[in-house]
Design a protein around this ligand. Sequence first.
Ligand SMILES: Nc1ncnc2c1ncn2[C@@H]1O[C@H](COP(=O)(O)OP(=O)(O)O)[C@@H](O)[C@H]1O
Ligand SMILES: [Mg+2]
Length: 722
Amino acid sequence: MDKILEVKNLKVSFRTQGGTVKAVRDISFDLERGKTLAIVGESGSGKSVTSKAILGILAGNSIIEGGEILYDGKDLLSITEDEMYKIRGDKISMIFQDPLSSLNPIVKIGRQITEAMLLKNKANRKEARNEFNSLLKILKSNMIAAQGSGSEAEITEMVKTFDGFATLSTKLEMPYNDAMANAEEIKASVEDLLFMVEKKQNPDVREKLTDYVLMLQKVQNEFIEDEHAAKLTELLDKCKKEKDSYPKKAQENVTLSASLEKLLNDTVKLMDDIINQPRPNFFRIGYYKLKGKDCSIKGKGVEKLNEEALAFLNDNFMNHFLELEDNGIRYSFENALENKKKLLPKLEGAKKYYEGSFTKAEAKSYAKTLADLVPASIDQLEINKDSVAYTFRTSLNKAIDKYFSAQKTNPKEEARFAKQSAKREKLIAKGKNVDWKVVPKSVYDLDELKNNIIHVVTRLEDKYKAEIAAAENFDVEARGIEIVDFFKAKASQVVYKVTKAMAKEKAIKLMEEVGIHEPRRRYNQYPFEFSGGMRQRIVIAIALAANPDILICDEPTTALDVTIQAQILELINQLKVERNLSVIFITHDLGVVANMADEIAVMYAGKIVEYGTAQDIFYDPRHPYTWALLSSMPDLDTSDKLDAIPGTPPNMIYPPVGDAFADRNKYAMKIDFEKQPPMFKISDTHMAATWLLHPNAPKVEIPKIITDRIARMKQKSAGGEI
Ligand SMILES: Nc1ncnc2c1ncn2[C@@H]1O[C@H](COP(=O)(O)OP(=O)(O)O)[C@@H](O)[C@H]1O
Ligand SMILES: [Mg+2]
């Protein structure tokens, strides 16, 4: 399974006047690529805090007490704000409950969508070049080290050629992209002009025509298809003539002659054709041209040129390159694999070491020795970076620091607690009316913190064991293709300049994609001119502007009418499929996620109390809190009175020592008040933290209201999905 995001042992607290609020208390979950994970729980259970922690936007009084959030080879809790900035919005995007809070009321919505695109574009281009260079360097050194076919000189020459034609391809692509951007700009501008004439806004037509002449000239490019190029010249001519014959002064009640109207419509049509013509494959053409071949499309067409260039590239370069690359890839993989195998006993030793006793300096020095060995065990040619190995050093050091800082603060806390308790008791003994409480000791569980250290090591060990076991299935060719695709994509990103006009066109397409009618007109409106549902659609469009991998939706429909709610849910579902998004969907209403979640984490008082697939949670719920949520879910099929969950969630400054739900749980046993239940595994996909799952627990029947509901749901879906 392909995990895109992993949250591990996350603990978040807030400093407040009344004490430390323990908002998130050690939660772990994974988000699978292309799937939806729902986080469900009552208000205050820590859902929003979790999502804000992922994006690094927690309030200033927050303390991250522990844990990791692993994404793309990084621990999001350890990276700098600069690095986080590149991820936020670009890779991980978020929409909130109240769309108005995400929109600027005095900026037209079109601008709010395009701003996000323009801002990120520049940074992306620079980054792409860096990524290209560094991967090529690693590939080259591995090809040389592989010592298969090909001498060092030959490989160096090859890599130089590769870099050469990739660079040349960007030089060819740049003016082409500009031409396309101009075509989009003209199209948009002519459409605006037609719109203004129709709405009697009296545009200065002559001035516009002058602009078009200039812009049309910029569309001319050697890679425009012949038939379009011919029409372009013709259009340019007509445009000049119309311009010269049009009155110089701006007119009242502008009307367009039939010929001018036709010309403008033809222009829109031609620009559309040009934008949609087949795209030259500059990566191939770069090589073709490098070897002095004729790369013009005159009389040939783009598709033919693409084909010719590919054949030539393959015959003269690519096949040989891929062969040498294969050697390098295999070498890199096997080398890393060997080092993984060598590391295993060392990891085993480390676990033993950290079980024993040590000073901080010793523990740190041992961690350094160990962590220094890890980079060699990582296959540097992996395109999708795995976080566990990449973040091993920081994770281990963090766990050690935590352990020792807890040790240090213990005596102080103990002393304070003893002193305050003694004082309080003395006052009570004297018969005084004591109206204050002693803040409980925040003494950490040192065993648990030590286990955290060991856990970091175990995690790497487990991962390496799994990889060693799967090594024989390694597909060199697939990796080779991945690598070349990566280079192509990066070369193209280097020159992908987003102009204002392009951003506008993209924004309009996005608005269409999220279901906004007449996007061209609505582009220039302010947020207050939209209904709540439409505003949420705009917020979704903004969230998608940078093409993120992960979309976090925090109660996105809570503020909306039921019918609108369903539409937004459907939109999110549809976007998830079309864009292969991974979604974290947060809600207090279990009913909302029935049709969209792949997996569900039920949260209560800062903890995950049950975790499973949607099937598990809806058809085989195990935690009494999940039962309570299910029975408080509105059900359209029966008029059963809703079972509101009795009582209120606990005060999170003094979280209960046992199961936090015990007070409200009619099935609670003595132990529920004394000790926190561990996560009991029910199946490979399903687990729950309730003492009811302990082998010695008395057998408890699921409430009838839920079994009835399950029966109805089963009947309704008749063997299908929920
Ligand atoms: N900045 C803050 N300061 C103090 N407490 C906070 C802060 N933000 C959140 N909390 C507390 O953290 C807990 C979880 O909040 P939250 O994640 O927003 O709940 P929800 O599950 O409704 O999204 C609540 O008890 C809340 O009061
Ligand atoms: Mg919330």
